[in-house]
Design a binder for this molecule. Sequence first.
Ligand code: B12
Ligand code: SF4
Length: 474
Amino acid sequence: MFPTVPEPAPARVLLVNLNKYDQPYPVYPAGVAYIDGALRTAGHVTEIWDARMAGEPLEDCVARFRPDFVGLSLRNIDNVQCHNPKSFIHELVGYCRRVRAATAAPIVLGGSGFSVFPREIFELGGIDYGIHGAGERTIVRLIAALRAGGGEPALDGIAGLVFRGADGAVRAVPCDAESATFSTAPHHDPALLRAYLAQGSLPGVQTQRGCPLHCCYCTYPLIEGARSRFLGAEAVVEEMRRLAALGTKYVFFVDSVFNTSEAHVHAVCEALIRADLGVQWECFLRPRGLTLELLRLMQRAGLSHIEYGSDSLSDPVLRRYGKSFTFEDIHRSSTLAHELGMRYSHFIIFGGPGETRATVEETLVRAKALPGAYYFGTLGMRIYPDTPLWREVAPEARGERAADFLVAPRFYIAPEFTLESLHARLRDYQAENPNWIVGDPPPAFTETMEKLRRRGVHGSMWEYAELLQRMQRA
Ligand code: B12
Ligand code: SF4
């Protein structure tokens, strides 16, 4: 007979969602739901404290729940608005202090915001462990290793973990995003989900992770990996079914790009059509490789609003931004969506590398030629470490460090412009073109959205922004 090894008691893990930001609407913490699902599957006991929705102070929750571990989720570092910047880093530091004062439990920090600056945020000093990238396996392995008394060699084998070694140096174990699939399922706290739905949130559904493309500013491949991993179509339907059963009528497919693989789009849409759940959705699409048939299939499967990640309507700028399509592709994708009567928008980043006054004007003129389009414009390009833009700007050569770009958000603005000159041009243009939103949506739009949502209207509703701006002009 072998002696029986007692199973360790389940750990009590308090998950804290730090995100209170409400533009364009409060975002349901899908990442926390995934971590919750993984911890529960591993047999642990969890509770969520949500900075926006919690009914009690964080300290009271800690005292009542008595966690063995506290997991913090950091989604946003800042609002990425160059002319109206708002950093969330001081808020993070404040929360770390409050948790530290309330419990001796180890603090583990993860989330997309953390994954953009993992070392720099770790070095702010408020946490014990950081988790870069997808957190499900990593947090379960970390808890097992710590409870088994595993020291540095055990931690060194945990992909995505950031920790301080015995020598005092920060160690970042590389992420492992090589598997061709991902298959974890989130756990939704019904009360939390309903609270977000009541404030107009569109719960996120993730059908794939990773982006293999190389746009010059983009962090998504750093957060999720550069290789696409797909969730099976039936698992996507199951997730949509669970959300529908909890009262969701409209979701956001949070994939970096939904149409990276035509086969995946077909599989997911056909499964959704068969399941006939009556849930509508919105997603990011690359304006390339789309056909009328493919878009019609997505429409039949519930796609209601398309967000094209176009970035510019000028070909020299598209090339410099590292985009894998041309204005002709954008024009074709827009016309197809319009023919099908679908609502679609383009994200445009003004003032990045290669932008000149002439290319800005080219984009603004061409924008008028796309039938029925809505536009979201931003000014300047946020500079993130480890991106092609970072290497082009080469801040280290001037003695600057990545940490300098964390707390005070920094943006690239092409040499022909100042922030003010670019802002003034776009503000004037927006005044004449109500289908544009530059920067944050106008307050009248946000207020109207809130009213409509309280009356049970769901979805993105950008079309109301145009209506409101027209009314204001009149
Ligand atoms: C979809 C998306 C949106 C959609 C959201 C739609 C919706 N209804 O959910 C829209 C377009 C509305 C949006 C808006 C904004 N977004 Co956005 N968005 C994304 C995107 C592409 C995916 C986010 C997502 O849901 N992923 C799926 C979930 C499951 O993954 P996850 O949250 O990352 O969680 C995993 C890990 O991070 C980790 N994890 C998460 N929490 C925890 C906790 C612990 C303890 C652990 C261990 C691990 C862990 O494990 C999870 C599971 O694997 C990301 C980029 C990206 N690829 O990540 C940007 C991103 C999150 N957005 C970003 C920003 C800035 C914004 C805006 C501020 C932009 C703006 N100016 O309006 C707003 C803020 C909205 C808000 N109120 O918070 C930034 C945040 C970083 C930063 N620069 O600050 C990102 C990273 C993009 C970027 N620029 O780099 N966004
Ligand atoms: S901008 Fe979109 S397509 Fe380009 S690398 Fe980022 S996620 Fe991929």
